[in-house]
Design a protein around this ligand. Structure first.
Ligand SMILES: O=c1ccn([C@@H]2O[C@H](COP(=O)(O)O)[C@@H](O)[C@H]2O)c(=O)[nH]1
Length: 280
């Protein structure tokens, strides 16, 4: 079963396309958790307990775990999410020469999918592309203001770089495991990219704290998987596969509520699920 088939099943079970971003900024964790052995793990466990029924996936960003305790916290978090039957997309934005990329691809032994930067080209992505069991989401048009600096540059053909990335991703998708990262802050680009790649699921960050367009995220972020990569039943029921991510807007929703912080996170995840479902 491909990652996207598993994700489609999860979307169906949870009736949700919400990706809950697990970015446990140590400076914002509740005081009472700071005395724990692994505060980030303690925090994530409570967030997962409160949000899992609304989560299509969890998206830890590797930047928040890149120290020895952080990697332990990340492994505990991934195992716990799996225990709740929720897939994990590691937002690591990796990409390097093939020999190094093969090491990065080992991250997929624990996570179900990863984000990668396509700037170094096909060979840098090959170790991810060949993991038929896992997903790889390529940065296409990112949500940050500076995303336009390079991604919107026009090539000699007149197409912007982000459109070429989308077209290339389609040609690299021989195993049906490629997705694209397209920010909700860029609704016009979301629509354009969806026209180029009707069958590729998007990870759409930027709703919540970045103020992106939730309706466009759902309208253009979800793809109907083709019959080869999805079960006949699912194709019939027309499940759209894709993810709309919110991190700070969910995990820090109860920042001012001390030991009960996770309750507000559960409510925020439920609210986002319901809002997105209005557009599905
Ligand atoms: O274009 C992109 C790609 C990745 N991200 C990541 O998603 C989350 C967003 O967090 P919020 O708190 O919901 O703003 C974070 O991990 C980013 O690094 C993105 O925002 N945009």
């Amino acid at each position: 079963m491909t990652f996207f088939d598993r994700l489609a099943d999860r979307i169906e079970t949870a009736n949700s396309v919400v990706s809950v971003g697990l970015d446990p900024d140590l400076a914002r964790l509740p005081d009472h958790l700071m005395e724990k052995d692994l505060p980030r793990w303690a925090f994530n466990r409570r967030i997962i307990d409160a949000t899992h029924e609304h989560a299509a996936c969890y998206k830890p960003n590797a930047a928040f775990y890149e120290d020895p305790d952080g990697w332990r916290a990340l492994q505990e978090t991934i195992a716990y999410a799996h225990g709740k039957d929720v897939p994990v997309l590691l937002d690591a934005k990796r990409g390097d020469i093939g020999n190094t990329a093969r090491q990065y691809a080992d991250l997929l032994d624990s996570a179900d999918a990863i984000t990668a930067n396509p700037y170094m080209g096909r060979d840098s992505l090959e170790p991810f592309l060949e993991r038929t069991d896992a997903g790889v989401f390529l940065l296409c048009r990112t949500s940050n203001p500076g995303g336009a600096d390079i991604q919107n540059l026009e090539l000699a053909s007149g197409e912007p770089v982000y459109e070429r990335v989308a077209a290339l991703a389609d040609t690299w998708n021989r195993n049906g495991n490629v997705g694209l990262v397209v920010g909700a802050t860029q609704p016009e680009e979301l629509e354009e990219i969806r026209e180029i790649v009707p069958d590729i699921p998007f990870l759409v960050p930027g709703v919540g704290a970045q103020g992106g367009d939730a309706e466009a995220a759902v309208e253009f972020g979800l793809a109907k998987l083709d019959e080869q990569s999805s079960s006949a039943d699912r194709t019939k029921s027309g499940i759209g596969v894709g993810l709309v991510n919110s991190s700070r807007g969910i995990i820090f929703a109860g920042e001012d509520q001390g030991e009960h912080f996770h309750k507000a996170s559960g409510q925020a995840a439920k609210r986002l699920k319901e809002r997105l479902n209005e557009y599905r």
